[in-house]
Design a protein around this ligand. Structure first.
Ligand SMILES: Cc1cc2nc3c(=O)[nH]c(=O)nc-3n(C[C@H](O)[C@H](O)[C@H](O)COP(=O)(O)OP(=O)(O)OC[C@H]3O[C@@H](n4cnc5c(N)ncnc54)[C@H](O)[C@@H]3O)c2cc1C
Length: 514
């Protein structure tokens, strides 16, 4: 079945085979639907002459730059809806070309949408027109994808913003380095996208947010180049890199960044620990996060999440604990982490499925996740996730409230449903819980069903003291809750910065700002 214009990639057939029986065990007999052919509206404007050498208005290219990769985006693509398609797509190869793009868009009153891998799950790359715009151009950065320099003394590299995960890792590997930033979307997302959205990687503690890895940034704005200096740290006023992290393509286009890199790890140690009681498991995670051990993985799966990922089938919550280092063996770290977990009531398990280590089952299921979501759409299952961070003190209340609100919403809109939770990251002062929800979709009504569940879950998150997002960014989807979260004087200061850097408002209208 064709997934090119709507899905994650070429893994649908395998995913369908793996997921059908499991989905049917929850939702009863499911039937497959086929995707519709893409309907792309005619462009409203022509490509300006000076951009023609590196632009396209082909319908397929425009379709591929219409939506991100959220559940709703994929459903719209599956149904052939590409109504928001940009009028054309530009692929600058150099900063000089990008500068021309920004000038031409401003002069011709075109919205310019920076686009990395297009894996946004919050409507971050969907072209929308501002008040005075005549059309839109999506600016795909992936032609700018080189590792320009490696400073092997300081362990840092200068990398162009359009490099997707595997492309930049392939260039660092021969020198023995890795950026070690592995979001689940690693295969298709870019360095520029990670910085623009403050992405979180796979590792549970220490260097895991891209913010921590950025040493300096170069960004083109419609009013000049924003180039910061390389420092390991600085106390000189507000940090200009931190203002770019999370700017989501609204203040400028990031073209390159110096990032901290690591020597590739050679030592690894891991274990999985089962708990009868989720609260005790959360307590163990807290103690480990406060112990100074800083595991690479400290991922707690509640019983439903462990079942869904086939990590445990006996109703246990599972804590996956792992350490890695380029420098030293880790047995002592692992033994201490396991001891803390056992003191909290956990039981160490080596192999849970009889076939593979739990940590391995989890990892392979994690990487297949995006393909499974395509399969769910084909089978008519509503399947999405949302995430947050809160203090340890707030967590028990937040968990109860969010689970309850999301389940109730699923019951209302789908008849029944399933909600699971895991910790993606743990900090000494709180976890980052990540929730997945599944329900039977009404064919053709998925977007409305999803919106009702999302609203109930997001309201509950914010009410219970969580942030609207720990690593999925704001985009358009999270705007109402982001607006509640940010202080009003800060919102005014951000708007002033937008007016200064992008006075014509060409960059990503509707994201972060009205
Ligand atoms: C299956 C799946 C799994 C995911 N897993 C994770 C995860 O583990 N961790 C995580 O943090 N996120 C995750 N995400 C969300 C998404 O992958 C991240 O937000 C990622 O950082 C987006 O990168 P991208 O290159 O695809 O950016 P895009 O989606 O292309 O763009 C995202 C935003 O950044 C802006 N932007 C992109 N490039 C630039 C640039 N060079 N300059 C200025 N602005 C730019 C865009 O305008 C847009 O607002 C996941 C998404 C999916 C679909």
């Amino acid at each position: 079945m064709e997934t090119g214009h709507w899905g994650w990639g070429d893994g649908l057939t395998d995913a369908l085979g793996g997921v059908r029986a499991r989905a049917e065990s929850f939702f009863g007999k499911l039937s497959e639907e086929r995707p519709r052919s893409p309907r792309v509206p005619a462009p409203r404007v022509e490509i300006p002459r000076t951009l023609r050498a590196f632009s396209t208005a082909e319908a397929h290219d425009r379709a591929m730059h219409t939506w991100g990769k959220s559940y709703v985006d994929r459903v719209r693509g599956f149904r052939g809806d590409f109504s928001a398609a940009p009028d054309f797509v530009v692929r600058p190869r150099t900063e000089a070309e990008l500068e021309t793009v920004l000038e031409v868009c401003e002069r011709n009153r075109l919205a310019a949408i920076p686009f990395g891998g297009g894996t946004s799950v919050v409507g971050g790359v969907e072209p929308r027109l501002g008040k005075n715009h005549q059309g839109s151009a999506t600016v795909d950065l992936r032609a700018m994808c080189r590792v320009l320099e490696v400073d092997d003394i300081s362990c840092a590299a200068c990398i162009e913003a359009g490099a997707v995960g595997p492309v930049l890792e392939r260039q660092l590997a021969p020198q023995g380095f890795t950026l070690r930033h592995f979001p689940q979307s690693f295969e298709f997302s870019t360095l520029g996208g990670w910085i623009a959205t403050r992405a979180g990687g796979h590792f549970a503690t220490l260097y895991t947010h891209i913010d921590e890895m950025v040493e300096s940034i170069r960004m083109l704005t419609p009013r000049g180049v924003w180039q910061t200096k390389r420092f390991p740290s600085s106390g000189a006023g507000p940090n200009p890199d931190r203002l770019v992290c999370g700017s989501e393509g609204t203040l400028g286009v990031i073209t390159q960044a110096w990032v901290r890199i690591h020597r590739a790890p050679v030592y690894r140690a891991s274990a999985s620990i089962h708990f009868r009681d989720f609260a005790a498991a959360a307590g163990a995670s807290r103690e480990i996060s406060q112990s100074g051990l800083f595991p690479a993985n400290c991922r707690l799966l509640d019983a439903q999440e462990a079942l869904l990922n086939q990590v445990s089938t006996d109703g246990a919550s599972v804590l996956l604990l792992a350490f890695e280092s380029a420098d030293h063996p880790l047995d002592a770290w692992l033994e201490r982490g396991v001891a803390v977990a056992e003191a909290a009531g956990g039981r160490r398990e080596a192999a849970t499925t009889g076939k593979a280590e739990a940590a391995e089952s989890w990892r392979s299921s994690f990487l297949k996740g995006p393909y499974l979501q395509d399969a769910m759409i084909v089978l008519g299952v509503l399947a999405d996730s949302f995430e947050t961070a809160c203090t340890w003190a707030a967590f028990p209340g937040l968990y109860a409230e969010v689970m309850e609100a999301t389940r109730a919403a699923l019951d209302r809109v789908c008849g029944c449903g399933l909600v699971t939770c895991r910790f993606t990251h743990v900090y000494p002062d709180g976890p980052a819980p990540y929730f997945t929800f599944l329900g039977k979709a009404k064919r053709g009504g998925e977007v409305e069903q999803w919106a009702e569940v999302k609203q109930a879950a997001s309201d509950a998150l914010v009410r219970a003291g969580g942030t609207i997002t720990h690593h999925h960014a704001v985009g358009r989807t999270h705007r109402p809750w982001f607006d509640q979260e940010r202080p009003e004087p800060f919102a005014r200061a951000l708007r002033a910065m937008k007016r200064e850097l992008d006075p014509a408002g060409i960059l990503n209208p509707g994201v972060l700002f009205d």
